[in-house]
Unconditional design. Sequence first.
Length: 356
Amino acid sequence: MVVAAAVAISASATVGFRYYPYELKLRHAFNLASMSRTATPGVQVEITIDSIIGYGEASMPPYLGESVESVTAFLSKVDPERLSDPFAMERIHSYLDSIAPGNRAAKAAIDIALHDLTGKITGQPCYRLYGLDTDVMPSTSYTISNDTPDELLRKLAESEPYKVLKVKMGVPGDRELIEWIRSRDDRPICVDVNQGWKSVEEALDNILWLAERNVIFVEQPMDKADMEGHRRLRELSPLPIIADEAVQTSADIPALAGAYDGINIKLMKSGGLHDAYKMALLARALGMKVMIGCMTETSCAVSAAAQLAPLADWVDLDGNLLIANDLFDGMKIVDGRVWLPEYPGVGVSPITNVNH
Ligand code: MG
């Protein structure tokens, strides 16, 4: 299958590098254990080689410690000429790490744009460059957060195409929300606690309750630093325990084996697809489950993550559906599963009539 013709790059190609903040407006307030928000910051990146544009994006949930200021400060230090061969991913990541060790959302933005370029230059979507099979796409989940009864009914109706629901716990009214859903709907639920439970005893009490309510796994039940607590909990828990906040890059994974049953990979934690791919392979080699998630971000970063979806047992890629001012057309959810358009690269096409 040839998706698009390969494009020749001239030896004297000039590299364009542009980035700008872009605030994402949320369609519904987003409630986590620690806060509630109605908009979230982002930074869009474009790397241009000859006339080919690679699109990338950084999103900055507060818990990762990045901001528009930290991302743009990092990007301002990047020499665009060092990005001129987008296939030299190892070398470019080493260069980016030499600028600063962290700033992984900023690095993810560059990595996504480079992947978009390699795909556009070769005329292939990234999943094909990684040799992945999109016939085995996992189901994706739809997040339902606590709200007024009318809003909850609307969200439940909107979730209709999805085969799995996701509920945040560790917030007031969480068990009531699960009961409310269970009285109307029998689809499996995955639970994300965002470190909200304070002890093994509290976590186990909740997990035993959830295990009787068709819940399939529990994500980050306790403080990410409490490795010993998660190790004890995992031995007692009838449900798989998935690490999210406790895992950022492939370097974190070996220490998590035994304390968690799986990992949630996100491009903004890993610094892009390059390390995310390594994370999936390493987790599998250690017998762990693989989940691929996203932040609240446009279809650019979500479609990029979706390129690796065939590597996952579960995906949670609805971040683009939560925003009202998407800049891109890209991945879709069809019959509850990730569907990728035939665009080369990370699988997006810009929407031109958005004001920004
Ligand atoms: Mg999570």
